[in-house]
Write a protein that binds this ligand. Structure first.
Ligand code: SAH
Ligand code: TRP
Length: 357
């Protein structure tokens, strides 16, 4: 059994930075939370990924998983409640019925949520499994340890009989840590799949299929292609929360790699590229600058107006998803969408044949 100092975990989503070190210390003692890498390995990997990203031309880029330190997770949580950000509330409206139907089809006893963050969507899925009398275990998988340190004990407290665990890892490389499937449903919600470059999506599907047994399910939340105005508004909110979230990646670079970015000297840019069918997020330097990133042995020189790409958010159609699923070991079984076709939940099932490659 796990023991937690519950008083540390308030239900408030916002918390003071000062409580962070305390949370991490406790996490270190929590046997249910597993890290894929030691701190030193994580640092080395971050350095290599950032180094490669900053060398990219024509546009230097930063891997989007670095948005999510504790502050980033809290800012994202605020994004999900913005009036312009229709994604979360549309998905949440679809989820109860999709969860009920997916659970009826797959019959899962083990739930895994990828990129679970501070979100509460897992509860809807657990509720559906519990109602069906199937619930056994739940694993949260996220790159953000602070987010898991907050959400794992909360989940354990809410469902005392449930076997709960968490993995700090990268869903692009570390899904093998889940071990073989069987009665497993993996949820990947919030259009986070949209943040994976389409060229890497088939590989992601194959690696998800490799930890599923025949008949197991993958439930994926997808934002759909729609008019430009609606899409661009969702990533350019009036309150500027998305802008602050975007700039947060620079603060993370400063904290983890000793970089000297001045976040306030960068402007948030988000626009829809209809040909690529993605929203692209960038940070634009207000003036020429030279940024040192000692931890990544890199230096970035930008002219005034120079840009860094921080994120893409792909918008899908059903045929586009089906094309990416070809020969991955997964097939599309159900497509749950709202009346305005803003968002979809796609239920995929592991097929009998071995996935290619
Ligand atoms: N599922 C929640 C949160 C989505 S935000 C929701 O739907 O509202 C995206 C989440 O994915 C964050 O918690 C972030 O830390 C995590 N994430 C982003 N890139 C990741 C990666 N490469 N590997 C694992 N987790 C990642
Ligand atoms: N998965 C979210 C999305 O694609 C992530 C996100 C929302 C995001 N707003 C953002 C990422 C702003 C970077 C910047 O919608």
């Amino acid at each position: 059994m796990k023991t937690f100092l519950r008083s540390t975990y308030s239900s408030q989503s916002d918390r003071a930075e000062s409580s962070k070190s305390l949370m991490l210390t406790q996490t270190a003692r929590d046997p249910a939370l597993r890290r894929m890498r030691s701190e030193a390995q994580e640092r080395a990997l971050t350095a290599a990924e950032v180094h490669a990203g900053l060398l990219a031309r024509p546009l230097p880029c930063l891997p989007s998983k670095f948005f999510y330190d504790h502050r980033g997770s809290v800012l994202f949580d605020r994004i999900t409640r913005l009036p312009e950000y229709y994604l979360t509330r549309t998905e949440e409206a679809l989820l109860p019925e999709a969860a009920r139907d997916a659970v009826a089809r797959v019959g899962p006893r083990h739930l895994v949520e990828l990129g679970s963050g501070l979100g509460t969507k897992v509860r809807t899925l657990l509720g559906a499994m519990s109602t069906a009398g199937l619930l056994d275990s739940c694993t949260l998988f996220d790159v953000s340890e602070p987010a898991l340190a907050q959400s794992l004990p909360r989940l354990a407290a809410e469902r005392p009989g449930l076997r709960t665990s968490a993995i700090v890892g990268d869903f692009l490389t570390d899904l093998g840590a889940l071990g073989p499937g069987g009665s497993r449903l993996i949820a990947f919600l919030g259009s986070t799949i949209g943040n994976i470059h389409p060229r890497d999506v088939p590989g992601f599907f194959r690696s998800a299929a490799s930890v599923l047994a025949e008949g197991d399910g993958l439930l994926v939340g997808l934002d759909l292609v729609k008019d430009r105005a609606r899409l661009e508004a969702a990533y350019n909110d009036a309150q500027g929360v998305t802008a602050e979230f975007n700039r947060n990646i620079l603060r993370v670079m400063n904290a983890r790699l000793g970089a000297d970015f001045d976040p306030e000297a960068f402007e948030h840019v988000a626009f829809y590229d209809a040909e690529a069918a993605w929203i692209e997020m960038r940070l634009r330097a207000a003036r020429a600058c030279r940024v040192r990133v000692p931890g990544a042995e890199a230096e970035l020189v930008l002219p005034g107006g120079g840009e860094i790409r921080t994120e893409i958010s792909c918008k899908y159609t059903r045929p586009a998803v089906e094309a990416l699923l070809a020969a991955t070991g997964l097939r599309l079984e159900e497509w749950y969408t709202d009346a305005d076709a803003l968002f979809a939940l796609a239920l995929m099932r592991r097929t009998a044949e071995r996935s290619a490659g």
